[in-house]
Design a protein around this ligand. Structure first.
Ligand code: HAM
Length: 426
């Protein structure tokens, strides 16, 4: 016997009982996005590999080792399953000249793919909602995004999600800082691990967020990026801080927060929950003013963030009751020759009027069908036998209330069903 084929490691099924949570989460997130007047955009799951190499950066975990990339031999193209959405969103904005009539506030949702080592809260296929504001340069829009996140946690009833904030200045400011940082790291190379030594020259800023305590000690004595910021970067950050204070959003400044993607400048932030273990970051983002030009577009400032659905849903589920599932309105059963055809059009008429109807399938005795009707959670069973067909009627039985069963005319079934529903509710 051949072995069963299972799902790919790190790529999960979301079964119906779990999908209830997902749908509830998605409905709440999307109503929140509407209240901030963001518009939906949908990009392909597959892009040219070069897009991510250029946008995310060659010396990042994602590009170095986490992308699902392959060569499409038919077209001779190098393609990649998207590891994130920002690069695609900016590519689409450039390709379709989306900013021609001004800035855009956009959101997207969907699966992202990273070949990471799976563990709790970290998957190879995971889902994000991404939010991007394209063409806006002031700290006001950075503040809008952060305030927006705080509002979402409130809407979702989630407490204890804290904000870490940093500014990483402009590319020029970072270049000056980088030179001094590399000097410091070189002087302490003996106390760096292999990863930090490798990154020291290729991407020294990433050494700052090393988790290794020995490397952290070296980092703690390194010069601080904050000290290298010019007037504009400083006033941008001050402006953001003023707005956050006005909105009453607390945060801590984490000077080591640099994020895992290279397109950022100035503002970067992460929202972290301590209730999730090692993978506690539920949201991350920041400003990426250089990305449009880097991808060949007309320069445009931009900022955004993405939330991790799996992690937020895990927080929502923790100790909470599952969202209510709406049971069907009626379970329709039929018994006898020629009754199925009659029942089928009856079911369609009621569905057409907006009712959720389960039509029994698979045959069986009336008694067995009635047991299914009861288990379905519906408030009514509709019964079609040969008598009902002959008389042009249908029998209605209340399943949750002691009311006598009665017949209703097929011709006025929608109105009669509405009346019965009223009765069932009183
Ligand atoms: P990111 O920090 O790589 O940023 O991902 C955002 C969020 O996605 C993380 O905070 C986390 O909640 C979730 N996430 C990331 N990787 C995984 C994984 N392997 N398993 C489960 N959840 C994961 C971005 O992707 C940027 N595009 C965000 C952004 C938008 N910046 C500007 N605009």
């Amino acid at each position: 016997m051949s072995a069963n084929i299972q799902a790919v490691r790190g790529m999960n099924d979301i079964l119906p009982d779990e999908a209830v949570w997902w749908r509830d989460f998605e409905a709440r997130v999307e109503s929140w996005l509407e209240r901030y007047a963001y518009r939906n955009i949908r990009m392909p799951l597959v892009e040219h590999t070069q897009l991510f190499r250029r946008a995310i950066g060659e010396v990042t975990d994602i590009v170095e080792k986490e992308m699902y990339s392959w060569r499409d031999e038919l077209n001779g193209e190098d393609l990649t399953l998207r590891p994130e959405g920002t690069a695609s969103c900016v590519r689409a904005a450039i390709e379709h000249n989306l900013l021609y009539d001004g800035p855009k506030r956009l959101w997207y949702a969907g699966a992202m793919y990273r070949h990471e080592r799976p563990q709790k809260g970290r998957y190879r296929q995971f889902h994000q909602y991404g939010v991007e504001a394209l063409g806006l340069e002031g700290p006001d829009i950075d503040a809008e995004h952060i305030v927006m996140c705080a509002a979402l946690w409130r809407d979702l009833g989630l407490e204890g999600i804290r904000l870490e904030l940093n500014t990483i200045g402009s590319a020029e400011e970072r270049a000056r800082y980088r030179a001094d940082l590399v000097r410091h790291l070189e002087a302490n190379a003996g106390r760096l691990d292999a990863d930090a030594r490798r990154r020291m020259h290729a991407n020294p800023l990433r050494v700052l967020d090393s988790k290794n305590p020995m490397v952290q000690e070296v980092v703690a004595r390194a010069p601080a990026l904050m000290g290298y910021l010019g007037e504009e970067s400083t006033s941008h950050f001050d402006g953001l801080r003023r707005l956050l204070a006005a909105a009453g959003v607390p945060y801590t400044i984490n000077p080591r927060l640099v994020r895992g993607l290279d397109y950022y400048n100035r503002t970067v932030f992460e929202w972290i929950s301590d209730a999730l273990g090692a993978q506690g970051t539920v949201c991350g983002g920041g400003r990426y003013d250089g990305l449009f030009a880097q991808l060949g577009g007309k320069p445009a400032p931009a900022t955004g963030f993405a939330i991790g659905n799996e992690r937020l849903i895990a927080l929502l589920r923790d100790g909470a009751r599952a969202p209510a599932i709406r049971p069907p309105d009626a379970y329709l059963l039929s018994h006898g020759d020629g009754t199925q055809e009659y029942a089928l059009t009856l079911a369609e008429a009621l569905r057409g009027a907006g009712y959720a109807i389960v039509q029994h399938a698979g045959g069986g005795s009336l008694k067995a069908q009635m047991r299914k009707a009861d288990a379905s959670g519906a408030w009514a069973a509709l019964i079609v036998g040969t008598d009902e067909v002959r008389d042009g009627e249908v029998s209605l039985k209340f399943l949750r209330k002691a009311e006598p069963q009665y017949r209703i005319a097929r011709a006025g079934v929608v109105a009669a069903f509405a009346d019965a529903l009223q009765k069932a509710r009183t």
